[in-house]
Design a protein around this ligand. Sequence first.
Ligand code: DNO
Length: 358
Amino acid sequence: MRMVFRWFGEGNDTVSLDQIKQIPGVEGIVWSLHHVPAGEEWPMEDILAVREQADRAGFHLDVVESVNVHEDIKLGLPSRERYIENYKRTIEKLSRVGVKVICYNFMPVFDWLRTDLRKPMADGSTALFYENSLIADVDPFELVKRIQENSELSMPGWEPERLAHLAELFEAYRGVTAEDMWRNLEHFLNEIVPVAARCGIRMAIHPDDPPWPVFGLPRIITNAASLRRLLSLHDDPANGITLCSGSLGASPDNDIVSMIREFADRIPFAHIRNVRVYENGDFIETSHRTQDGTVDIAGIVEAYREIGFRGYVRPDHGRHLWGEQCRPGYGLYDRALGIMYLWGLWDAYSRGSQPIVK
Ligand code: DNO
């Protein structure tokens, strides 16, 4: 298991590379060019600027999260070909600075979705929260209208300046089915996986978060069956998975331990975090510790240990602790604690078979 840490870039992250350097066992940063809009080709000079910052701090840049996929690709519009060409050129450029894994997702309109970014927890920290009733069966067009009429009402991702754009996107997805999305994903993979393979890069799809349809939008990467289907669309090691325990874990039906065993050699990148799922379908992000949530983190690390996992791992969203002001889910403290928990489990499971190398 090779530990990496997500970093949003100079001036774009409250956590510094110097701070990350002090977390035991972190060897690389998980990065992206967050200022480049989805669909655009990444400028080489911007890539090289990150390369230089990482070099100075002594981190590798093996994992990119994410090169985002333009909505026209997910929608299957004729204009997608231009964006796919840009994507291919970005893959080629990334290979030139040694990138090994590109994480991406195929979620329509939204990436991860929550209803409260700072829900107070009993211990005085705050965390990302998902309240099912605010999203299930909600008509998105109604919601746009309600927010426009009531300035008090808001929701993460539904900021007033984004509403018009959101309404347009919802319109574009009207009538788009899950099967349409699968066809569009297949077309995308057929185009880019051979390029990635040639460049020595493994593509790693991130599951949908939460793993079910939201606001009537189809979501297709949600469970073992869909991951199986994804892998079979293009049966090549360069077509892989970012196995995110927190995204998949929001659905208690998902058995992540068995997914690790089944998809072992197709998981170049793992996100490990915990969530507590309630009976009504709400969930809150907790510390990484197994007992604090409903995801079997100890079992997950044990499974990675058993398959001899050599891929990249990062802790994922954490709570906001000790008054830290940071990007939602991306503070320093809880993710650093998470890493130490993961190392603790890993080393303990390793000890049975071989001594820990000093
Ligand atoms: C949340 C992340 C996701 C992830 C993308 C990958 O923090 O796990 O935003 O980066 O879905 O494309």
